[in-house]
Design a protein around this ligand. Structure first.
Ligand code: SAH
Length: 345
């Protein structure tokens, strides 16, 4: 961490410069080039001077993610980017345009160790967690590539963000910093499969970010069939942690529910779900599961999705059906990276 300048706060960078006998104002200049002007190497930092640039190059190597493939959806303009990290690992990020602004979905890890049965990101397990700067850099690179400002960030790509907790918190500090891109916490969503101790810690931070919790089932038995993490954290305890998150932050919880034909999409399932989350200030985001070829799960029919939604609404629960963006370009989490890797072999 010490030498990764793009992961340092302005205060840390200022201390670092002072420790190296450099004037403190250099820190502000460098920070501004990195996090506002989004330059990718020291050579572009025009007000630093040659000696300073050489010094930084030698002591603080600067890494930037490298775009290796971009796919654009013909249906809705959604773009998927594959980026190469400095160690050769590949990650994916998504750019979506909405009426209220552009949204970027970033990865928090290379691979994932949570093992959700329908998810492509986890099929080969976890390779490594991303550094704060690698999370930031997905947003910075996409801003440069599209030429458009990013207003919303969702940490919903590959990986479990709360399994990379310290780096996630540092990323959140940096991305919402008024001296950086200054994306408001209210425009940031962190999605988790429900790591309770970390959910509580995050709640105690009292940030104004939205917590999205992947529930995907109305009871413990169904949930553990789809999500191995349920064997560690019981569904009612996850729901209690959500209540706590709301109490601490005042932020409405989002429950994510991927509908899998015959597994979790009956009207009884909807009724049971309504009972489970009753009284929580929340909204439910339904998405028909995006089938991956390695598993036999199928998406629910349009009729089943509608019936499920109606049942929840009749119980007074606020429901949205997630617009399926970019399905024609390997929409589901981790699918694009996988097919890219398969092509390389
Ligand atoms: N690890 C985090 C975030 C990553 S995935 C989490 O579990 O929330 C973001 C969301 O996409 C999660 O709700 C996840 O369960 C869901 N997801 C993953 N693969 C999917 C697929 N093939 N179809 C539908 N939803 C999927």
């Amino acid at each position: 961490m010490k030498y990764d300048v793009k992961s340092m706060t302005l205060q840390e960078l200022t201390e670092e410069m002072k420790d190296c006998g450099k004037p403190a104002f250099r820190a502000k200049q460098i920070y501004d080039w990195l996090h506002v002007k989004l330059v990718r190497n020291y050579g572009e930092m025009k007000n630093l001077g040659r000696d300073m640039i050489e010094y930084l190059d030698e002591h603080y190597p600067l890494y930037a993610v490298k775009p290796v493939e971009t796919l654009t959806s013909q249906e809705d303009g959604t773009k998927k980017f594959l980026f190469e990290l400095h160690d050769g690992n590949i990650i994916e990020s998504v750019w979506m345009q909405y009426k209220h602004g552009n949204s970027v979905c970033i990865s928090s890890q290379v691979g994932c160790r949570m093992g959700c049965r329908f998810c492509a990101s986890t099929l080969d397990g976890l390779v490594r967690s991303l550094t704060p700067s690698e999370m930031l850099d997905q947003i910075y690179a996409i801003t440069l590539l599209t030429g458009q400002k990013v207003s919303n960030v969702v940490i919903m790509g590959s990986g479990e963000p709360l399994d990379n907790y310290d780096n996630l918190l540092r990323f959140l500090t940096l991305i919402s910093d008024e001296h950086g891109l200054n994306i408001s916490a209210r425009n940031i969503t962190v999605s988790t499969c429900g790591l309770i101790p970390r959910m509580m810690e995050l709640a105690n931070q009292k940030l104004q970010i939205t917590l999205a919790v992947s529930l995907h089932a109305p009871n413990q038995e169904r949930r553990s069939a789809l999500m191995p993490i349920a064997n560690r954290y019981e569904i009612h305890e996850v729901v209690d942690a959500c209540r706590y998150y709301f109490e601490q932050t005042g932020r409405r919880i989002t429950f994510e529910y991927s509908l899998v034909a015959g597994e979790n999409d009956s009207e009884e399932n909807a009724m049971e779900l309504a009972g489970l989350i009753r009284g929580i200030n929340c909204h439910v985001n339904l998405i028909p599961v995006n089938p991956i070829k390695e598993r036999s799960y199928r998406e629910s029919t349009a009729g089943a999705v509608r019936a499920f939604k109606n049942k929840l609404e009749k119980s007074g629960i606020h429901v949205t059906i997630r617009r399926e963006m970019g399905r024609d370009i390997n929409g589901a989490c981790g699918q694009l990276r996988r097919s890219y890797k398969e092509k390389q072999c």
